[in-house]
Design a protein around this ligand. Structure first.
Ligand code: ZN
Ligand code: MN
Length: 442
């Protein structure tokens, strides 16, 4: 390819603090009994209502910044970002403009480091519901989501492939979950992905004079696919000697294509200015220190230490837990297993294969899991390689039986099963053996 993709990502995440960002309303938009249930003058945007920032949300933003190796601004502030939309009754969103809480961080991916430009804190908007009432098409507004704390993470355009964009976004997601700041459920819109994509000739170093923003992406896989599709589209335009239009495009997953939403001419002028109702926020070194002290062991450091002390595979063990509380529980389990002479690596493979997640059993005692492991491994859990070796031997030593099977004598399978069990000398799940034999000789 003659062009190199220049990709940046933007992630919005709803924090799961007890209350909303600037008022005391319960932050529980998905648990509300009815629309507009958790609301007050502040999050309804009524004139004269005064916002009071949520200290916990600020601390969590800084905690994420620290986990993503950001620098923290010692003096930060909120700003008003103006635009008109019915889900934003004030006519502006309280956000952060030129002094976000965190800046200059990084994420390590297998294809290199990606810098994080900034992490700032803002408020979510209300939710529009397009429905039909008494046969009339209407748009309804639900303000339960209005004022939910929202973190925005913006990367530098240093990502050079769709796969790297996916990996980078996933890393950030894992760290957010590990810190237990959000459930980050994409189906509920608790985490929203956006990407900006442009292409430059391979021999150039400067940034292209346009970029296309991609929205409506609701999974990591779709992030990768949307960027792939967009690269193809832009390549075709550039090969015709034209420049792609600077615009915002949506992604249609069903058709796997991007479509125009808003062009540069319609781009908003947000007229940012400092929020006059909230004084600037000083992050004292003392406060910063206490946030640092509240952080769990760094996610990557934890995985590396488990890899070292238990020889477990990072990608498998990372499937078993989300939060650092669950990680702590796993550590207890691993220590106990080790004391009992159980190979932790095998235990992890077992749990990962059965797709057992810590949140399903974290209320249990580690011993219960070890009992389950013992019980099941005696009958069904065996390394596939070991099983395959045994089956290969049985097939090799019984050519007549195999030939009979191929002629249609299906009950020969039982004979081969018996031979395999005899050779293994263990109670392995017969279904698993028959399936494998079938695969090998059919
Ligand atoms: Zn409220
Ligand atoms: Mn935003």
């Amino acid at each position: 390819m003659t062009y190199q993709p220049i990709i940046g990502i933007e992630i919005h995440v709803q924090l799961k603090t007890a209350s909303k960002m600037f008022c005391g309303c319960k932050n529980y938009p998905f648990g509300a009994k009815k629309p507009n249930f958790y609301t007050c003058p502040v999050c309804l945007g009524l004139p004269g209502a005064l916002p009071v920032p949520n200290k916990k949300a600020i601390e969590w933003t800084i905690a994420l910044g620290l986990a993503l190796k950001c620098q923290i601004n010692s003096l930060s502030k909120f700003d008003r970002k103006h635009y008109f939309y019915p889900d934003l009754p004030k006519g502006y969103q309280i956000s952060q403009y030129d002094s976000p809480f965190c800046f200059n961080g990084k994420v390590t991916t297998s294809q290199g480091e990606v810098s994080i430009r900034r992490i700032h804190l803002e408020e979510d908007t209300g939710k529009l519901i397009h429905a039909s009432v008494n046969g009339k098409k209407v748009t309804l507004i639900d303000f339960n989501r209005s004022g939910v704390p929202l973190i925005e993470i913006v990367s530098e355009p240093q990502i050079h492939s769709p796969a790297q964009a996916k990996e980078c976004a996933k890393k950030i997601f894992q760290i957010i979950r590990y810190l237990n700041l959000s459930d980050a459920d994409m189906e509920k819109g608790q985490l929203r992905l956006e990407a900006n994509v442009s292409l430059r000739p391979k021999n150039r170093q400067d940034l292209p004079n346009y970029k296309v923003e991609l929205k409506n992406i609701n999974s990591f896989r779709f992030l990768e696919k949307a960027i792939e599709t967009e690269i193809k589209r832009q390549t075709e335009i550039l090969l015709q000697g034209k420049t792609p239009v600077q615009e915002t495009r949506g992604y249609n997953a069903e058709k796997n294509l991007t479509y125009p939403q808003r062009s540069k001419e319609e781009a908003a002028d947000y007229r940012y200015f400092p929020e006059p109702d909230i004084p600037p926020i000083r992050i004292s070194s003392q406060w910063l220190e206490s946030i640092k002290n509240s952080l769990p062991l760094d996610y990557e450091t934890l995985l590396a230490s488990w890899e070292k002390s238990y020889r477990v595979e990072k990608h498998l063990v990372s499937l078993l837990f989300d939060t650092h509380h669950q990680a702590a529980w796993l550590e207890k389990l691993f220590q106990k297993a080790k004391r009992l002479g159980i190979e932790v690596r095998r235990l992890v493979n077992f749990l990962a294969n059965k797709k057992i997640k810590v949140n399903l059993f974290a209320h249990e005692e580690p011993q219960k899991i070890l009992d389950l492991f013992h019980e099941q491994t005696q009958t069904i859990s065996i390394e596939v390689e070991e099983l395959e070796r045994a089956i290969d031997q049985v097939i090799k030593h019984n050519p007549q039986a195999v030939a009979d099977f191929r002629k249609g004598k299906k009950n020969v399978l039982n004979f081969l099963l018996g031979q395999t069990l005899k050779l293994l000398g263990k109670k392995v799940d017969p279904k698993q053996i028959i399936k494998l034999i079938n695969e090998k000789i059919s």
